[in-house]
Each structure stands twice: as C-alpha cells, then as structure tokens.
Write a protein that binds this ligand. Structure first.
Ligand SMILES: NC(=O)c1ccc[n+]([C@@H]2O[C@H](COP(=O)([O-])OP(=O)(O)OC[C@H]3O[C@@H](n4cnc5c(N)ncnc54)[C@H](O)[C@@H]3O)[C@@H](O)[C@H]2O)c1
Length: 464
C-alpha cells in the first residue's frame, strides 16, 4: 500500500503544475489507503469520481466521507457508489472528522471555490471538476489560497487525455506545420446535449458562469494546451435567441407539461430510472428540478457564442459554440508557416454514422471499459505538397476515452513521464476560464478585454 499512496501523492504534486512541492514534503503512512472525501453527489460525482473510483481503484483508495446539501440524494449516492463511509451535510465537519488526504469537488460550478479554498486551508490536497470557478474574483481567491497552502490543487481536464486530442498535440509539438499562426475552432452541441444545459442550473449565469465558462473551459483548455501559449486578449459576441424567453410556449417542467405533444424537446424524466432515482426522488428536499422547461423566462445565459482570442505568442484564434445543432461534433483547423492541419469529430457528412444523436450524448456521458473501436481522421496538408490523412483509433465513451486515462494518470501511472504534458494545474484551470470570463465581459462592455485585467496572472508567451 505504501507504494500506491506514495505514487498518488507524487502524482498530485506533479499534476499541480504551479506548485513544485518537494516530494519529501508529504508524510507517508505505511499501511493506509489514500483517504478521499467527495462533495457534490450529483451525476458526475457519483458516477465518474464515485462508483468508478471504487470499481477501479479500491486497492489504493478509500472513501471516508461523502457530502451534499441534499440529504436524500446523499443517502442514494452512498448506496449507488457502494461506499461504506459516513455522510455529512456539513463539509467542514466532514473534513474535521475524517481528516482526508484528498477532497474531490463535484458540486455546481459557482460553489467550487468554497470547497477548494476550505479544503486547502484545512490541509488537504484538492481535485476539482472543471471549471475551476465561475468569475475572476473567485478565481483570484483560489489563486491566493493555493499560494498560501502547502497542499496541491488539480483541475480534472479530461479532454486532453483522449487519443485524438493527444495526436493533434503530437503533430503540433513536432512542428509538422512549422510555427503555428492561427486556429479556427467550432463546437456544435446537438439538440439533446445542448438542450440539457438549459434544463437546469447551467441556464443561470450565477450558477454556471454561462457556457462560456461551464462548457467552453474544456475547449479553451484544449486550445491553450495545443497552442502552447497563454491568452492575452479577447473580443466576443453572444446572444440568447433560441432557448429561454424565445420559446413558443413554456410549462412548469417537462414531465407534466401541457405542451408536450407539440414540443420537440419533450423528455419524460420518469421514464429514465437512473435520472428519476438521482434527481426526481429528492427534489422535495431542495427544489432542484432536473427537467425544467428550457423555454423558461429566467434563463440568462447565451445560446450562441463567438470569440476572437489573441495569444501572447501572437497566435490568433477564431472560436464559436452552437447549442442547438442537428448533430453533435466539432472541427478545428491549424494554420502554420509550413502547412495546415484539419481535424474534426462526429461530422455526419464525413462518414457513415451508425448511432443516433440521442445515443451519441448517452455514450459520451457513459463510463464503460467495453469499447467499439472506430477511427477518425486528421488531415495534414504541407505547403506545396499533397495532403495526408491519418487514421486515429477512437473511443466514444467517457469523453472520447479521456475520462479513464485522466484517472489512470492520477491514481496508477503517475510516475511515467508524459511527453505531451497532459496534466493540468491551477494556472491551466485559471487560464481556460479567464477566456470565457473575458468573453462575457467583452459582450457586456462591447470592447476587447485584456486577460491581465482579470486577476494577477500575466499571460506568458509560452505555457510552462
Ligand atoms: N469533466 C467533465 O466532462 C464533466 C462532466 C459533467 C460534469 N462536470 C462537472 O461536475 C460538476 C457536477 O456536475 P453534475 O452534472 O454532476 O451536476 P449535478 O447538478 O448533477 O450535481 C451537483 C451536486 O452538487 C450538490 N450541491 C450543489 N451546491 C452544493 C453545495 N453548496 N454544497 C454541497 N453540495 C452542493 C447538488 O445537490 C448536487 O447533488 C460540475 O462542476 C460540472 O461542471 C464535468
């Protein structure tokens, strides 16, 4: 057990890129498993960071506490995860009582900072789900808490770990197209996945920071990592033109809606046993409705977003995010001094797809180790030469195979050097949300926003 625990703690230190703690700073215990508490027992918490950790890493990890503001969901979560630990409604009491090595934060986005800061102050390493947080003030507080703490903070960026994203990184690192000059990136959320954000707390700017932060943090993190520089200035447009107040009708929630027969988005949550057991059965406690009407008047986030970003090394980025596309997919193109790379996933016109859009969303959110392997191509087109098409083996579940690789890196293979630098620390977490926060400000103020205006982080020409 000693080695596993040492490996994990080494990993936390390496993953938290900005805090180069000497390894001997950690105290090791010869017999104990790594003790973990989790706060936020919603779908991401109980599936990916709960049940999957127990299923895959029980030999080295032990849950010692679970916490949530909804006591009834908390009780369900404990059974679903298969943990035998106590549950707590009070996070601080949980940490005081259980003295964990690691706090995992999977609450709603706007509350992450409370548990990150408290966890660090109380002497724990902290692993938070993305996004790091939702605004620049909370971001600055997290930066300061982390600097004061002797402990480490990891942001769980899973997209970097998919084999497809890694292949793009490898091509760019090898200067396949010379020096990078500009990037075009478009992400298309379909009418299942895109709509799902407008059904619940993500539709409230104060809870999610909008999809500029909640969703685009994934994209901006990938881009920052691929481009290997830090964002310097941002100009953006965005609007709400489809969901929310724009809908033709609205009801209290989907399951009971009088307009269900004419609404293309109708979804009966009670038909989905798992969603009912996780959300509907506990809504009497806190009023958290998982199948809210996506045309409700108080939605205040954007449903179309586009931005231009200039990086500190002068690379320029054109970015857009669509939330009601007929298909789910994305494409990216890199222009370099020696050629161009084009990559895309799930564009239906480029291939024969055997799964429906509804299934696609289901698969992405699933954690399975059983895979149907497929291939997606990346096009490399050098100047003055014919293009080459590279076939990259693909997985569909768990965010393109990124989920399980991220956990393996943290808990099992931390000592193996990663040539692609896929581990993300607090600076990466901050830089990816600061683009989205700057985009929001740019829309509100109709002007270009400097990233250096937002926190005390000054953009670096090259990511460290
Ligand atoms: N990396 C990924 O691909 C990925 C995928 C899905 C979700 N996430 C992230 O995981 C987090 C959770 O998302 P989810 O879809 O599971 O949401 P969810 O709404 O299903 O779960 C959130 C849980 O947090 C609890 N909670 C809210 N405020 C709290 C507080 N102050 N104290 C304690 N508990 C509180 C809620 O009761 C709920 O049980 C989010 O930050 C989200 O961005 C990441």
């Amino acid at each position: 057990m000693k080695n596993s625990r040492r490996k994990f703690l080494t990993s936390v230190s390496m993953l938290a890129a900005t805090t180069a703690l000497p390894l001997e700073a950690f105290a090791f215990n010869a017999t104990k498993k790594l003790s973990v508490v989790l706060v936020g027992t919603g779908i991401r918490g109980i599936t990916f960071w709960g049940k999957r950790l127990i299923d895959q890493y029980s030999d080295i990890i032990e849950f010692v506490g679970l916490s949530d503001i909804n006591p009834s969901r908390l009780a369900y979560a404990k059974t679903y995860i298969g943990a035998s630990c106590p549950t707590f409604s009070d996070f601080e009491e949980m940490v005081k009582t259980t003295r964990p090595d690691l706090v995992i934060v999977t609450t709603k986005d706007s509350t992450h900072h409370q548990f990150i800061i408290k966890g660090l102050e109380m002497g724990c390493d902290v692993l938070t789900e993305k996004p790091l947080t939702t605004d620049e003030t909370k971001c600055q507080s997290i930066l300061e808490a982390e600097r004061k703490s002797k402990k480490n903070l990891i942001v769980g960026f899973n997209y970097r770990w998919s084999p497809y994203a890694t292949k793009i990184k490898e091509l760019l690192m090898n200067k396949t197209i010379g020096d990078l000059v500009s990037v075009d990136f478009n992400w298309y959320l379909n009418t299942y996945h895109g709509a799902s954000y407008f059904r619940r707390w993500h539709g409230d700017m104060n809870s999610s920071g909008s999809l500029w932060v909640h969703k685009a943090t994934h994209h901006f993190d990938l881009l920052n990592w691929w481009i290997n520089s830090e964002p310097e200035e941002v100009f953006a447009y965005g609007d709400l033109e489809f969901y929310g107040k724009n809908g033709p009708f609205r009801g209290d929630n989907c399951r009971s809606c009088q307009h269900s027969s004419k609404c293309d988005f109708h979804w009966d949550i009670n038909q989905d046993k798992f969603m009912k057991a996780l959300y509907v059965d506990h809504e009497h406690e806190d009023g958290y409705i998982r199948d809210n009407c996506l045309f409700r008047e108080d939605i205040d986030i954007y449903d179309k977003m586009s931005a231009q970003v200039k990086y500190a090394d002068n690379t320029t980025l054109n970015y857009s995010l669509t939330t009601y596309s007929p298909f789910e997919g994305w494409r990216v193109a890199f222009n370099g001094t020696k050629g161009r790379i084009e990559a895309s996933q799930d564009i239906p016109y480029f291939k024969e797809s055997s799964i429906s859009e509804a299934e696609k969303h289901q698969k992405e959110m699933t954690q399975t180790d059983q895979e149907d392997l497929s291939f997606e191509s990346i096009i490399v087109h050098p100047l003055w030469q014919p293009h080459k098409t590279l076939a990259v083996p693909m997985e569909k579940s768990g965010h393109g195979g990124g989920d399980k690789r991220l956990q393996d890196k943290i808990f099992r293979t931390s000592e193996i050097d990663d040539p692609y630098g896929r581990t993300a620390g607090i600076r990466d977490g901050a830089m990816s949300i600061l683009i989205g926060i700057a985009a929001r400000r740019s829309i509100e103020n109709k002007k270009t926003i400097q990233i250096s205006e937002l926190t005390d982080l000054k953009p670096r020409k090259q990511r460290s």
